[in-house]
Design a protein around this ligand. Structure first.
Ligand code: 48F
Length: 263
């Protein structure tokens, strides 16, 4: 039996630090950064990672799922329409048809857990407790080439700590209602001509359709999915129906994979 000279406490720390640093060194340059581990971000992560691309999802909170966990006003179910059920099947998520409403109903906790498991099993890395606070850009033509990251805890404490950088071929804004990455680009790179029109009041039928239609490339290197699409294009909200979150995640994945293939 191997005799360890170090105490268990030392070995715990060394194992965590060495293995974290090994991971982080691989994360300094990746194919795709996804900002936000909500439904659209995790769906995009799985379908991109399945194509053998290196994908990291940075999530500000210490858990994934974004707006899924709250279900519909804390009732633990969400719904999708038929178009999204093929994605649920890809992730092994169970659902039931509500015959009266012609909607498919599923448990919010199962959706959160299995979207994350699907993304991770496909090879994506989800890093929790890290937020994206800026982007890396290059000019002529303007192009997004990565993100600037910081520990969420540092941001919460209001400490002035310089961040670090992650280079990537594509950045996907999957930050939800606030479209945080687009907001940053809008404010700090006016030459990119991004106009954030802001999300509108509820009109679920329209929103479910148009969010998917408009998901995609915003600028070279910058893409948008999920509710951030509504914030960008001034589209209505849809509430706890998640078809467009899943379908826009899949659509943005297809666009990114195609763009990276051609690059
Ligand atoms: O809000 P969120 O779930 O985004 P989504 O994929 O889905 C929206 C639905 O949940 C729901 C809805 C549709 O029916 O209206 O609200 O568009 O997940 C966004 C995630 O991004 C994280 C945030 O904590 C959340 O988990 N996030 C936001 N800004 C940042 C971030 C940031 N700057 N850096 C890292 N993570």
């Amino acid at each position: 039996m191997v005799q360890f000279q170090r105490s268990l406490e030392e070995r715990i720390s060394r194992a965590i630090i060495r293995n974290t640093m090994n991971d982080w060194l691989k994360l300094t340059a990746v194919d795709v950064v996804i900002v936000g581990a909500g439904p659209s971000g995790m769906v995009a992560a799985k379908y991109i990672a399945e194509k053998n691309l290196c994908v990291v999802v940075f999530e500000r909170r210490l858990g994934f799922g974004g707006g899924i966990g709250g279900g519909g006003m804390l009732f633990h179910k969400v719904v999708v329409d038929e178009a999204a059920t093929s994605i649920l099947k890809d992730f092994g998520i169970r659902f039931e048809r509500d015959e009266e409403e012609n909607l498919y109903v599923l448990d919010s906790s199962e959706l959160m857990a299995k979207l994350a498991a699907g993304a991770i099993n496909a090879g994506a890395k989800i890093v929790l407790g890290v937020q994206v606070e800026d982007v890396i850009y290059r000019e002529n033509p303007i192009r997004i080439e990565g993100v600037v990251i910081q520990w969420s805890a540092v941001a919460l404490a209001g400490l002035h700590v310089d961040p670090l950088f992650v280079k990537s071929k594509a950045v996907i804004d999957a930050t939800g209602h606030d479209a945080e990455v687009l907001q940053i680009v809008c404010k700090k790179l006016p030459e990119a001509n991004i106009v954030l029109r802001g999300e509108k009041s509820a009109y679920s039928e329209v929103s479910e359709k148009v969010v998917v239609e408009k998901a995609g490339r915003v600028l070279p290197g910058l893409y948008v999915t999920g509710m951030a699409v509504a914030a960008l294009h001034g589209l209505p909200r849809m509430g706890p129906i998640f078809s467009s979150m899943l379908l826009s995640g899949k659509k943005v994945a297809e666009i990114v994979v195609n763009d990276l293939k051609q690059a």
